[in-house]
Design a protein around this ligand. Structure first.
Ligand code: NAD
Length: 373
């Protein structure tokens, strides 16, 4: 019996992405598996059913009860987990820290779940790195939101009506999203500066033609991530950054520390020093925001400064976000399906590192401690 790969319509609010796009369905079929897709699963991402070739369409209940492998973007609901066969392999973003009940349900149902956010960020796994592909979409879109919300030009213009000065943009946090935001506003002609606590980003920022803001604070954590700053470091950072924030027409903030609330970097006092008509796009809104005034999912105006806290930016570009995500999933899954059968190599650090639950146990140590104590 060939392995059945199931794909559902995402049901989370405002989710538009789909886990498998037509190009990837073809690649999965070429591995000898059956592909079962829920009617209309790709519709919101502009992949209508007619574009999926050589797959079977079905309803959610049939897919849940027959899938050997279920591919998702967002975490499944408890009802979906309850409807899966014991031993089903499930791949998707799991947000385990926010979903202890879901982790327990997957453990108790004997689901083998892999969390895309846990895929190790090693060179070999770059093509499977969904955190990066989706962050890249978010950074691009944040730059466009900033450009569109500013009631002035971004580039310098020399016109018959005189010269227009370019906009000044500050990007806080130069990880994957921040670097994409820098590249995008730069292409639109803004003068860009950027800041990150990881010194390793200095050259990356400069290579994109932006200026690196020096604060004298360096906070490299483990695994290439940042660590939380001490109170003293925060103060030092704030002194330099507040002046740069005040001088900016747009601030795009992307700073994040794994497993923690987003660092607070833009204070209410700093916003008060900004010019009316300036804009802050805070893509850390979902983790509490980098700006003290950010309200997740809202745009607020304070002293004429717009503070935008967008949620789920990748879902606002679902066509390409889905395409990239589906490729990440396929690249992760392919080694386990090479012989047309499902065979996970538990010695492979990618599978071993991203497994959340398997065989009735929570395999990811930090999640196990958080969920089971
Ligand atoms: P992230 O989303 O965790 O954080 C975004 C950025 O915010 C980071 O660059 C971080 O240093 C920065 N930040 C944290 N606290 C800050 C503060 N107080 N002030 C200013 N900036 C702050 O990061 P990410 O985009 O997921 O990338 C994290 C790391 O992973 C990077 O080193 C990146 O190069 C690495 N990475 C490796 C691979 C790979 O090798 N496969 C793939 C992607 C990313």
């Amino acid at each position: 019996m060939p392995v059945v790969v199931g794909v559902l319509t995402e049901t989370a609010a405002r989710e538009t992405r789909v886990a498998v796009v037509p190009e990837i369905a073809v690649k999965l079929r070429a591995l000898g598996v059956r592909v079962l897709i829920e009617h209309g699963a790709g519709a919101l991402a502009h992949f209508p059913d007619a574009l999926y070739v050589d797959v079977e369409f079905s309803d959610a209940a049939t897919i849940l009860s027959s899938a050997d492998i279920l591919l998702k973007v967002r975490p499944p609901s408890l009802a979906e987990v309850a409807a899966l066969k014991k031993g089903t392999v499930l791949l998707g973003f799991m947000q385990a820290y926010a979903n202890p009940e879901l982790v327990r349900a997957m453990r108790d149902r004997g689901i083998t779940s892999f969390a895309m956010e846990l895929v190790p960020r090693i060179s070999r796994a770059q093509s499977m790195d969904a955190l990066s592909s989706q962050a890249s979409v978010a950074g691009y879109k944040a730059a466009l939101i900033a450009a569109n919300s500013l009631e002035r030009f971004l580039p310098m213009l020399t016109t018959a009506a005189g010269t227009i000065r370019p906009a000044q943009v500050l990007v806080i946090g130069a990880g994957v999203a921040g670097l994409q935001a820098i590249a995008t506003v730069k292409r639109l002609g803004a003068v860009v500066e950027a800041y990150d606590v990881r010194g390793a980003t200095r050259d990356q920022v400069k290579s994109l033609g932006a200026k690196f803001v020096e604060t004298g604070v360096s906070a490299e954590g483990s695994g290439g991530y940042a660590r939380e700053l001490t109170a003293e470091e925060k103060l030092k950072q704030q002194e330099v950054l507040d002046a740069r924030i005040a001088a900016s027409d747009a601030v795009i903030s992307t700073a994040s520390v794994p497993g923690r609330a987003a660092p607070r970097i833009v204070s209410k006092a700093a916003v008060q020093r900004m010019k009316a008509g300036s804009v802050i796009v805070d893509i850390a809104a979902e983790q509490g925001g980098n700006c003290e005034l950010t309200q997740a999912g809202e745009t607020i105006v304070q002293n004429g400064v717009k503070i935008i806290g967008p949620l789920n930016l990748p879902a606002s570009l679902p066509y390409h976000a889905s395409e990239m995500y589906a490729r990440n999933l396929f690249n992760l899954l392919k080694p386990a399906l090479l012989k047309g059968e499902l065979a996970i190599d538990w010695n492979d650090e990618v599978f071993a590192g991203s497994v959340l639950t398997h065989d009735g146990q929570i395999k990811h140590e930090a999640t196990r401690k958080a969920v089971e104590g």
